[in-house]
Design a protein around this ligand. Structure first.
Ligand SMILES: [Zn+2]
Ligand SMILES: [Zn+2]
Length: 255
């Protein structure tokens, strides 16, 4: 005998209440209408892009009254090999919750929808045309063991799959342990990660002449990513573009 529709829907609704996955961002049950059921629509709606106008190269907020320039105060002293920096969202309540869940909460499934948002970012033409390899910011072996994965590598794999690129996790390594960056000032952060990364022996040939997209979860001062970019460029990488899920925007944090 067919089950009456109303009864079936009520049953499905009841099951949903009991077994519905909770949103990684707000920990409320995710309604069935949200296709992936990992992050709810409301949480995605609360995520904000980086403020405009932005520097064309690094996407830092720039003064709207100044002449457009290929670099800004933030990026004018960076190595020429650093081509472009992009972040899917400005750091805020929801991006912070997602990054935290992925990094410390063991919610590895969050990486896929986060990478999907990163894959929608726009790049300069040459990054789009040239970049073939996606490289995650390496974490220490101890931290990978502790978490079971490197969150940047999960984002890199998702990002590469969605943009038709190839992930390379063995071309960049952390060569010395660093203190956690959280409590450090910008100058201390740079010193803390200086020469912390290197291209392992025998891997440089694969990078020669390549334009690499380096992936990390968060851009705070850029110290870590720039240190990675330096190591890649030193090994012969022609250009490095950086993609992160979230970015700390000091102008927004202050307001
Ligand atoms: Zn939510
Ligand atoms: Zn800039």
């Amino acid at each position: 005998m067919p089950i009456p529709t109303l009864l079936r829907d009520t049953w499905a609704g009841a099951l949903d209440l009991v077994f519905a996955p909770v949103c990684v961002g707000c920990r409320e049950p995710v309604p069935t209408v949200d296709s992936r059921r990992i992050v709810c629509r409301l949480c995605w709606m609360k995520c904000r892009p980086l403020p405009v106008p932005r520097c064309a190269r690094c996407w830092s907020p720039v003064d709207p009254h100044r002449e457009p320039s290929p670099v800004c105060r933030t990026c004018d002293e960076w190595p020429a090999g650093v081509r472009a920096i992009r972040s899917a969202f400005a750091m805020g309540e929801v991006p912070r919750a997602l990054v935290h869940a992925l990094k410390y909460g063991g919610w590895s499934a969050a990486a896929e929808p986060m990478a999907a948002r990163m894959a929608a970012m726009e790049w300069p033409r040459d990054t789009v045309d040239e970049a073939r390899l996606v490289v995650p910011v390496p974490t220490s072996a101890a931290r990978t063991r502790e978490r079971g994965y490197n969150q940047a590598a999960l984002l890199a794999r998702g990002y590469a799959a969605k943009t038709g690129r190839v992930t390379r996790e063995d071309v960049l390594a952390r060569v010395r342990a660093t203190a956690t960056q959280t409590a450090l000032h910008p100058g201390e952060r740079r010193a803390n990660v200086a020469r912390a990364f290197a291209v392992p022996a025998g891997r440089a040939a694969e990078l020669r002449g390549e334009h690499v997209i380096l992936v990390d979860d968060v851009w705070t001062t850029g110290a870590t990513a720039l240190s990675c970019a330096e190591a890649l460029v030193e090994a012969g990488t022609r250009a490095v573009s950086v993609a992160t899920f979230a970015r700390v925007v000091p102008e927004l944090e202050r307001s």
